[in-house]
Design a protein around this ligand. Sequence first.
Ligand SMILES: [Zn+2]
Length: 926
Amino acid sequence: MVAQEIKPSTQSLQLKITPDQAELLPLDPAVKTGTLENGFRYFIRKNIEPQKRATFYLAMKAGSILENEEELGLAHFLEHMAFNGTKNYPKNELINYLQTNGVRFGADLNAYTSFDETVYQLPIPTDNPEIVKNGIQILRDWSQNILLATEEINKERGVIMEEKRLGKGAGERMQSKYLPVLFNHSRYAERLPIGKENILLSFKPETIRQFYSKWYRPDLQALIVVGDIDVEEIEKLIIAKFSDLKNPKDAPERKEYSIPLNGSNQFISVTDKENTSTVIQVLMKHDAPDFKTTIDFRESLKKVLFNNLMSSRISEIRKQADPPFLQGGSSIGDFMAGLEVASVVASVKPGQLERGFKAVWTETERIKKFGFTQTELDRMKNTVLVYQESSFKEREKTHSNNYVNEYLALFLKGNASPGKEYEYNFYKNVLPGIMLEEVNALANKYFTESNRDILVMAPESQKDSLPDEQTVLTWIKEVTSTKILAYDDAVSDKPLMANEPIPGKVTSVKEIKSLGIKELTLSNGIKVVLKPTNFKNDEILFGSFSPGGNSLYSDAKYQSAVNAVPIIASSGLGQFNSKELPKVLSGKMVSISPYISERYEGINGSASHADLETAMKLVNLFFTEPRVDRNIFDGLITNYKSSLINRSNSPSSVFSDTVSAILGSYHVRRTGPSIEKANQISMPEAMDIYKDRFADASDFIFFFVGSFKVDSIQPFLEKYLGSLPSINRHEQWQDLGIRIPKGRFKKVVKKGSEDKATVQLVFSGDYKYREKENVHMDALEEILKIRLTERLREDEGGVYTPSASVSYSKNPSKYTISISFGCAPDNVDKLIAATLDEIEKLQKNGAKKEDLIKVVSESKRTRETRSKTNGFWLGYLSAQYQLHEDLDELFSYEKLLENISSGDIKKTSISYLSMKNFIQFILLPE
Ligand SMILES: [Zn+2]
């Protein structure tokens, strides 16, 4: 029997752990693990979140680092081949089988290859033992029975080349220059998983077969299974299926490679004409410690505290009228190949590299000189503990994927996985004893002067003004020799709300039993829809809407309207400014975000049960006491403007701005951002609009979904929502009349230097908004994905991953279907023709039976899991209320899905994929 009850010994944890008392961290007793005679390892755990599902990982301690000069790119190529024919599932049968049983499959979505590992991921339904057995067979096939047929290899070359093409651009060009430096010119620098073009196009099939037999072998493999399964059963299956795996006779040694630290310092500056941002990064590399003992665990807690404290400091620096940087950071984290890294990074406004860099570096120096304060540390310990407690409360509702990833790290890196109960106890017992000096000491330990790389990245236009190594070193010296002041941790002890609100009352209650919801009306007119659930142990999600939005303001005020919330939400709240508010809220499990969209305004958020009242106070304050801060406003606008300066360098931004402008008929609200538009944002106007939007609570509907009882939540609703001001204004949003242009035309954008193209095809027109029609449209989207993947990827080998998306609206009754893909510029016409040919086939013959089975099965499986989440219910209820649609639609979904016929898809594609309104957008190199 496998222990379901987790009872680790907590006694040893009561002791204060000091470095001479290292103990090995235990393995979570809920995990069943073993090693077969051939070296194959397994990790199995029962977990019922989500129910009737399990995640299977087949992990390989083999990746691109093992490739010899003739094999560059073949570890990743091999991963693709796992989906193109195995002993028991030749050709595409594997994907067909899984899709037919409701498993969504996509390009690389279910596997990845990196330097040191390759991991195959198989999420499968477990309510049918047949599928579980076959799932294990698939993993067994991958471990040593991938067919690697010559014909299939040759077909896949095109797909891999397209995947490589998608990665091309400014980022990749700069990376090819600086990665060898960051990797200390080690073997890693020459082993990027995507590989080398000449090899991918011309390697002999025999070469990849050899790579397969050399490295896919039981002593480098493990199977991880977490889910709604019988552990004993699975173990039996694994023993039966994997014991006969053989290690090759003259198996080469699996060397552990590393990035050698030689104590030297390096500097590299790279520019590119398509790059849009200016960034300086200083990386200080260190050997990474193990994560095996109680001492290791304690060390990691110190880093957690350090990083969080540092991040609060840095985010405060941004809260000024002219912030020294756009983004900044200073932290200690994992690097790769057995290294960790302390990094200082600043993304800056053009021409302000020195200022931005010095600001972040000064903060690091400040810690070296003065450290953090005791009050900062105490607050952070409390915050960290609150999060740990919350994670502990949800331990039985933790998603299987989280566990799988823990065991993956255990297998690949030997990282201990003691289990949530042990971890929680460790935090509770050890965190309070971590002293301020210990956390502060990390600054000198990690932010060191050797093994330090300085990297500068900028647009080509700035090439002549960029610093050289000597200049950056001078900046560092200047910071160190400047008088730095200690940080003043100003904390307010005022209560969150200055005045207690006078509660309203619940005036009526309506119960909708079929959905388990209650609808309350408060005395000021607010409606509250409550759906208590037990999907999580301690999670309450809420949302709200009121009609109006920015549609009610003229185009001249649009910029202020659309930017009102970002400005106000960053300016503090009630009695607290933007620096005080995060401190007041530290340790609270609360998140809150007001919004003003085109047609609605509202406040969304989440809270733990204990912090629900705090959340409700914040909601109340966002109605009654919003703040706007001149410095925050100026800071946001300056940073926003400077982020636009180099926007036109980026081919993808230019393309997406063009697409959006044309689809919006060049309406000023749909064209891309500009300095001129940024200049139209007015602070008083933004505040007026915000206040106007939240002036009348009477037409708001709130939704609460999660782990609460109606009786316990009601007093908060009456007090903090029922007290909100109401003027019984009758408002409706305005239709701005922005429509996609009619007719057929083509827009070609020429931008960029790489040999790559992007295609987006847009179909649009009038729509009949009905539940049945919507279900058919959603199915059409999935059918299109299947057909286009088969045609453009598998048959033509011309696209890595085609996408299709369908959207429809009720008012106005319109739809859009968009198909897009990246490809070689020479293939654009051919691939558009192939796409249209697939559409024509759908219009003539309807959907293939096997495609329909896949779509219905996948959609059912997705809904089955989704409908057991709070997020699903919040979204569903808000949408149905907003559109005045039937709340019972939910119950007819499955029936409608099952009843879709090939003829329905035929009809839907004739109606909505007609070429009447058809726009082709094509991005080509200059
Ligand atoms: Zn790939």
